[in-house]
Design a protein around this ligand. Structure first.
Ligand SMILES: [Zn+2]
Length: 196
């Protein structure tokens, strides 16, 4: 359920500066999430490339919502910031419980690269990924996840659990949250209201 997604992180983020360059990596920190440093919300000014990807992801989410899906959209950027793939949630259209925007975008990005590993890539998604998608993000070795709204009920990137920054896995993902969170939240709220 996505009706209660929030623009607020579930736990206070560690103070850090926000350089925002594509491909930038941060050091591993011990503490909440067990993985990379939690950075403050990503501002549109920090990276116009990532912000443009989020704007596109929101467009995809809006279209999906109009088609009766839960409105979630995702875009995969290469290390250089090129759009490799984009997708929206298509569970209802495809009668596929795994057809989340992130899974569909990762599959398309792998096909575009000709590689099952998306080293150096950034996944931009309008809502905090679920456990399934977070697992796929780790398997794909995505370098960075930029999410819009937090999903406090099912989110697996810092809310309910933190799959992408689990220090026990052989890959950890840098997470930035809160980019255009209110726009994502507004889509979800409108979608939920339409269903009642
Ligand atoms: Zn998912």
């Amino acid at each position: 359920m996505t009706s209660s997604a929030s623009a607020q992180p579930p736990s206070p983020p560690a103070p850090a500066t926000d350089a925002g360059a594509l491909g930038e990596r941060v050091g591993v920190a011990v503490g909440w999430g067990g993985g990379t440093v939690i950075k403050p919300p990503f501002s549109p000014a920090a990276s116009p490339v990532i912000d443009a990807a989020m704007v596109r992801a929101l467009e995809l989410a809006r279209a999906a919502g109009a088609a009766g899906e839960v409105p979630v959209g995702a875009v995969v950027l290469s290390l250089e910031g090129a759009v490799l793939a984009e997708a929206a949630n298509a569970r209802e259209a495809e009668h596929d419980p795994t057809a989340h925007a992130e899974i569909r975008a990762l599959r398309a990005a792998g096909a575009a690269l000709g590689d099952s590993h998306l080293d150096g890539c950034t996944l931009v998604v309008t809502l905090e990924p679920c456990t399934m998608c977070a697992g796929a993000i780790v398997l794909a070795r995505v370098a960075r996840l930029v999410l819009g709204a937090w999903e406090p009920r099912t989110g697996a990137c810092g809310s309910v659990r933190d799959v992408v920054r689990d220090a026990r896995a052989n890959h950890q993902v840098e997470v930035r949250a809160g980019l255009r969170a209110q726009e994502s939240q507004d889509l979800l709220t409108a979608s939920f209201a339409d269903r009642r």
